[in-house]
Write a protein that binds this ligand. Structure first.
Ligand code: EPU
Length: 336
């Protein structure tokens, strides 16, 4: 068949932030052969490669990308008992909706997260007390350096908070992900927002479908309205040591911190932006901070990547100056 390589393709519509210039070259791939061909094309022209999934965690600069953008379109969801394998290009929430309909438990708390299955593994997406790596059994990835495909078992994926080997090693391209779910599992409803949702409705042990409904409702309320450009949380929640946390608590007694299994403390970037700074609802030209969550940057329609970055730089400097904490971007910046 052969892939079709297009030239000068505007990237803004391929990202949920809806900003960014052109890709010099652009190709869609749905099989390992097509992916190999695209990689060969780029290598033969000495071009950099950017792997694009759902574009939901990606900020493309106004200058675009002077290389080949490879859009991952591996499709299909297959079931083998409680193991579910999905192509990296499948829309994440379609998988969640499908497995919940099959009464399989484990990823319902990750309902409505934008992006694709590949992105879910690369970013180790997480919400409401659950991370993708809790149920990922294995990840199939194509190594652009060796041009070989390899299966990584969960323990080999080096998962961390919004972190994985696939994010660290730019040669690895996720092609398929297998999840191990539970047939009659108990959903997790202990996260504050989720607990409150069910308490308000007098529901004691919510069923799987009810959890999905709850998450969809909570997210819909907290996230910008559909049509508004956003990349979800723009910053990661900073992780500090216990002594650093204690020192911060002296200055900001109300500060939110959550003790992690490795004895570090995860701070709430949203809280810092809200209480150390005053960022919620701030607007600069077409870019702004969401009114309901200071972690979320929005494009009101006319924002450029540069406007968004100038606003986020302002936010970072402010929080650094007031607390000493350096906020780090969760969003990946694409530039030539
Ligand atoms: N908070 C504030 N002000 C804000 C936002 C949050 O004070 O503007 C406080 C809240 O009161 C709450 C705490 O911070 O007590 C945590 O807030 P929330 O549960 O809403 O979570 P978050 O830190 O805003 C994280 C993830 C989200 C995920 C939610 C729900 C990161 C960077 N973000 O957000 O993931 O959906 O938890 O579990 O880890 C994403 O990564 O793109 C994303 C949306």
């Amino acid at each position: 068949m052969g892939i079709q390589v297009k030239e000068q393709v505007l990237l803004a519509p391929f990202t949920t932030m809806r900003v960014g210039g052109n890709a010099r070259f652009f190709a869609r791939v749905g099989t390992v052969d097509e992916l190999s061909e695209a990689v060969f094309f780029a290598r033969s022209k000495n071009l950099p490669i950017f792997i694009l999934g759902g574009g939901s965690n990606t900020l493309v600069s106004g200058a675009g990308f002077f290389g080949l953008v490879i859009k991952i379109e591996f499709k299909g969801i297959t079931y083998k008992n409680n193991h579910i394998t999905a192509g990296a290009g499948v829309v994440w929430d379609e998988v969640v909706s499908d497995v919940v309909a099959h009464n399989l438990c484990g990823i319902e708390n990750l309902s409505l997260i934008p992006g694709t299955v590949g992105g879910a593994a690369v970013q180790n997406i997480g919400a409401y007390g659950v991370e993708a790596c809790d149920t990922i059994f294995s990840v199939e990835a194509f190594d652009m350096k060796t041009t070989q495909t390899k299966i990584f078992l969960r323990a080999e994926c080096e998962f961390g908070y919004r972190e994985s080997i696939f994010k660290k090693n730019k040669n690895l391209v996720v092609t398929r992900v297998t999840f191990e779910l539970a047939q009659n599992g108990t959903p997790r409803a202990d996260y504050e927002d989720v607990k409150n949702y069910f308490a308000e409705r007098g529901i004691k042990s919510p069923a799987l479908g009810e959890i999905r409904e709850a998450i969809v409702a909570i997210r819909t309320w907290k996230m910008p309205a559909p049509g508004i450009g956003t990349a979800g949380s723009f910053f990661k929640n900073p992780v500090v040591s216990v002594p650093e946390y204690e020192a911060l608590k002296n200055e900001l007694p109300e500060i939110k911190g959550y003790l992690q299994a490795d004895n570090s403390v995860k701070l709430s970037a949203g809280w810092l932006l809200d209480h150390a700074g005053k960022w919620r609802g701030v607007r600069r030209q077409g870019a702004g901070v969401h009114e309901k969550n200071a972690l979320i940057l929005v494009n009101y329609g006319t924002a450029t990547a540069e406007e968004i970055l100038s606003l986020t730089d302002e936010m970072k400097s402010d929080i650094k100056e007031k607390t000493g904490v350096l906020l780090e971007e969760e969003v990946i910046l694409v530039k030539s």
